[in-house]
Ligand binder design. Structure first.
Ligand SMILES: Cc1cc2nc3c(=O)[nH]c(=O)nc-3n(C[C@H](O)[C@H](O)[C@H](O)COP(=O)(O)O)c2cc1C
Length: 188
């Protein structure tokens, strides 16, 4: 059998029937430990952003990164408006920043930036002072798929603070590198 017959390609116009339940998928993803970032978007006072574990490197040549964003989020129209975003990878003492950008307590828009120090970057996005690493990006492309948009960011500027540890997320809760024991039952 040819490779094309074994793995037929599909276009986004074709109907797609999921073969597993969404709940089973979510349970699987609870096992995927991730670094926690906040993605800052907007210019001037037109600001918001979101907490994300879906950040991943796309390519070192050209330096580019991908983030998956729920299109129901307040960040989606602002990213489309300004065509840029900034990935701030959090250090393990920055959980309060993750809580703000996850909208905990109903906090929205520019108020999510309160309680932390920010500096303006080349794209006009705000970068978190003392983040583990900051990648300021222009939006190269946004691929709309299912509930989300896959944001491809072309990296324009980088800062790194290498002496600190990352904030992690696993089994529904924030974790630190020193915690090695798997939680029993549901956490977070
Ligand atoms: C640990 C963690 C990781 C998250 N990762 C993502 C993500 O990768 N993509 C996403 O769209 N939302 C993610 N979220 C949810 C958004 O942070 C949250 O829905 C958003 O900030 C609130 O949306 P709003 O701006 O419309 O209020 C995550 C939340 C948490 C707590």
């Amino acid at each position: 059998m040819s490779l094309a017959a074994a793995y037929p390609s599909r276009t986004s116009a074709e109907p797609f029937q999921p073969l597993v339940e969404s709940a089973a998928f979510k349970n699987s993803m609870r096992h995927l430990a991730g670094a926690v970032s906040v993605i800052t978007v907007g210019q001037g006072s037109d600001l918001t952003g979101f907490t994300a574990t879906s950040v991943s490197s796309l390519s070192a040549d050209n330096p580019s990164i991908i983030v998956s964003l729920n299109r129901s989020s307040s960040s989606w129209p602002i990213i489309q408006r300004y065509r840029s975003f900034c990935v701030n990878v959090l250090a393990d003492d920055q959980q309060h920043v993750a809580d703000n950008f996850a909208g905990r307590g109903g906090i929205k828009g520019a108020d999510r930036y309160q309680g932390a120090d920010w500096q303006q970057l080349v794209t006009g996005n705000l970068g978190l002072v003392n983040a583990l690493t900051v990648l300021d990006c222009e939006l190269e492309e946004a691929i709309e798929r299912h509930s989300h948009a896959i944001l491809i960011g072309s990296v324009r500027a980088i800062t790194v603070r290498s002496e600190v540890q990352p904030l992690l997320y696993w089994h529904g809760g924030y974790r630190h590198l020193s915690n090695h024991t798997a939680p029993t039952g549901k956490a977070g």
